[in-house]
Every structure is written in C-alpha cells, then in structure tokens.
Design a protein around this ligand. Structure first.
Ligand code: BMA
Length: 380
C-alpha cells in the first residue's frame, strides 16, 4: 500500500516535469515528515531529494566554501570551493557542523565562524544546493568533546542531572537554525543528521556509552525539543556507521515517525580492496530498509582515508556507489594535506575526479539547479 502511494507520487512528479520543463508542482499534502508541522519549503526539499535520487547521485562536500587545501574563505574568496577549482562545478550537497554552538561560541569546533556558515548556507540555497548539518556537541556530563565517551545520555533526559543544561544547548542550536533565512524571511529547509555513527563506540551517544533504547529515546526527544523550539525547517536523517552485520542498521532506529532520510557513513578504513564491495553490501541493506519504510537513502559521509591511488574515484568509489539508489554522497572536509576527503587541484587523483565527474549519473550543483519545486495547490 505504502509502496503504491510512493510509486504514484513519483509518476505524478515525472509527468509534471515532462509537461512544464524544470518547474515541478508538488502535491505536498502527500508528504508526511518527522516534524508534523514542517514548513512547505521543508516538504519541497523532501520532494527535491526524492526526485534527484531518481536522476542520479548528487555530490556533496563538508565545509565546502569555508576553506580548502591552502585557502580560507575571505572577501577575495567569497564563494570558493576546492571541487569548483578542479572541475568548475560546486557540490550539490553542502555539509556543515554545529559543534560548539551549544557553548555560545562564535566559531565551531573546526574554527568555522557561525556567521560565515549562515552566509554560505543562504548563498548555497539561492544557488539551489541542499544543506546538511551535523552536530559534534560536547559531552554534557564531563565537559569533554563528542569523543569523550563518559556516559551522558541518561543525564540529559527528563529528570536527569544535566536536563536543564541540555534544554539550553538545544535552544541555542534552534536559534541558529531558525536564523538561516531566505530573502523572504522564511527559514531555509535543511537536513539534520542527528547523533550520527551511534553504532560505533567513539561518541558519547554511541554504542559504548548508551543502550539502543536510551539512544532511541535521545533521538525522539531531540526531534520533540526542536519542535518545542519552533524549528520547522528540518528533515531528520538517521546515519549509522558502516555495519558489522545487517541487523545492526535497525538496532538504534528511532522509528519511522522520527526519521525522513536513511543515511550511512562508510570510509575505506579497512583498505580499498573490500571497500567497493562493502559499499554495495551496506548500501543494499539501507536500500532494502528504505523500501520497506518508504524513505530515501544517502551515503552521508565517505572519503579516502589513505589517498594515493590516482584512480580512486572511478575504480574504487564509483563501482561501490553506482546503482545503489543513494540520493547523495558527501565527502568529508578538506582540512589540510594530511586530513582531506574531497578533491583539490593538483591532488594525485584530480584527473580521475574529472573523469568521475563526467559520468551521467553523477550530479553537481550546476546539474541540479535548473529544477525548481513549488506546491501544486495554493497554500493559504
Ligand atoms: C572529524 C574530523 C575532525 C573534526 C570532526 C567534526 O571527522 O574531521 O577533525 O573536528 O570531524 O567536523
């Protein structure tokens, strides 16, 4: 039943596209999201992601316009990106991290100014890009970083010792999210990848520090708290790390009512030999889950942790993601020459990235910006 509705919805979109060029009229009353009060723009973002997932794989990059290898955004470098320097196109999906917004800081944990971030997200939205957010927030119990695995989840739930601190942290996060507005004053719709990689043991919200039930409660409470803070411009993504077994994907799943997008983070930590196979295997688990739960899927983080193979993009990554049904793949940040995951000029695999970029199913901002989405019926 659900699948039939889903199918009819896509056929409908496809028909409208053929009849009116690149402007799509979306029957938004058919879109139900984790946030039952999600704005019209947020529903349209969901329709856009669903639509693009059928066209190909949108390419993403973390912190794409804040810095790259050897440069930082400045008045001279207002909208620069390493990817654009290599192929003349920007990433279609642009990621940012809100770690330290909870502390009231002006810059995030990676020294990106929140004012710059807001500015670049607004610019990205104008150009037609999709923004995705993550939050490496500090440990509310110990005061350490996200990677401090001191047990903390129970302490921030109702009646927990750190509940009021956490409520304040979420309200600071909410204020920033609500401050990202378009020229009409509407909050720009964004994807929020809450409490990611929970099946790993490295974050305080991860498997080493809380039970699956505690995690689910944390996630659901987070969606609820943002709603209480009048945040209605988010799609919520669930984003475990690569799996030890297929059942693990569901282990921490907060439920269909709290999740809009099914993600996964997969790096080649185990070497390139098995990486493409692992991508296909794990993404097929996510795809099956997405089909059963009527969701869209994405490879929410990846990158080459051991660069050196000059053909990595076409021979390792592409075979792994091809035909997997993912809406996007996001490369983690290009921080410095010993910590980068996207491409930059003169990098050993830059020529190969150009070949990868030419594949018909690989989409950049300039390949998706011609599609605009509007509600089918007038909104009162
Ligand atoms: C990690 C690394 C860190 C960074 C964190 C949050 O994977 O890139 O250097 O602080 O992401 O962006």
């Amino acid at each position: 039943m659900i699948k039939t509705v889903h199918f009819v919805y896509f056929v409908f979109i496809a028909l409208i596209l053929t009849s009116c060029g690149s402007s799509l009229s979306i029957p938004i009353q058919n879109i139900s999201l984790a946030d039952s009060q999600a704005s019209v723009q947020t529903k349209l973002l969901k329709a856009k992601i669903d639509f693009l997932a059928k066209k190909g794989i949108s390419i993403g990059q973390q912190d794409p316009t804040a810095y790259g290898i050897g440069w930082k955004a400045s008045s001279q470098n207002k909208y620069r990106s390493d990817m654009h320097d290599v192929i003349g196109k920007y990433p279609a999906v642009q990621g940012w991290d809100l770690g330290h917004i909870e502390l009231g800081h002006d810059i995030n944990l990676d020294t990106v100014s929140f004012n710059l971030m807001r500015h670049q997200i607004i610019e990205a939205h104008k150009r037609g890009a999709i923004t995705t957010l993550s939050w490496h927030l500090d440990n509310p119990q110990s005061g350490g970083s996200s990677w401090d695995t001191t047990a903390a989840v129970k302490t921030i739930m109702k009646e927990g010792l750190n509940r009021s601190k956490y409520i304040d942290w979420v309200s600071k996060l909410a204020d920033f999210i609500k401050s990202i507005k378009d020229e009409k004053g509407n909050a720009i719709p964004l994807v929020f990848r809450a409490y990611h990689e929970m099946n790993g043991g490295w974050f305080w919200w991860g498997a080493a520090s809380c039970t699956p039930e505690e995690y689910k409660a944390l996630y659901r409470d987070f969606v609820q708290l943002l709603g209480d803070n009048d945040v209605h411009n988010l799609l919520y993504a669930y984003s475990p790390n690569t799996l030890n077994n297929p059942q693990e994907y569901e282990r921490f799943y907060p439920g269909d009512a709290f999740v809009d997008i099914l993600g996964m983070d997969i790096y080649n930590h185990g070497g390139d030999a098995g990486f493409a196979k692992k991508l296909q295997q794990d993404l097929s688990v996510v795809r099956q889950f997405a089909e059963t739960h009527n969701k869209v899927l994405a490879l929410t983080e990846t990158g080459n942790v051991a660069p050196g193979n000059p053909k990595w993009w076409t021979q390792i990554l592409y075979p792994g993601i091809k035909d997997t049904g993912i809406a996007w793949v996001l490369f983690w940040r290009n921080a410095r020459k010993d910590h980068y995951f996207g491409i930059y000029p003169k990098e050993a695999s830059a020529t190969d990235f150009k070949a990868f970029a030419k594949r018909e199913d690989i989409l950049f901002l300039e390949d998706i910006d011609r599609y605009s989405f509007k509600p089918k019926n007038k909104i009162y």
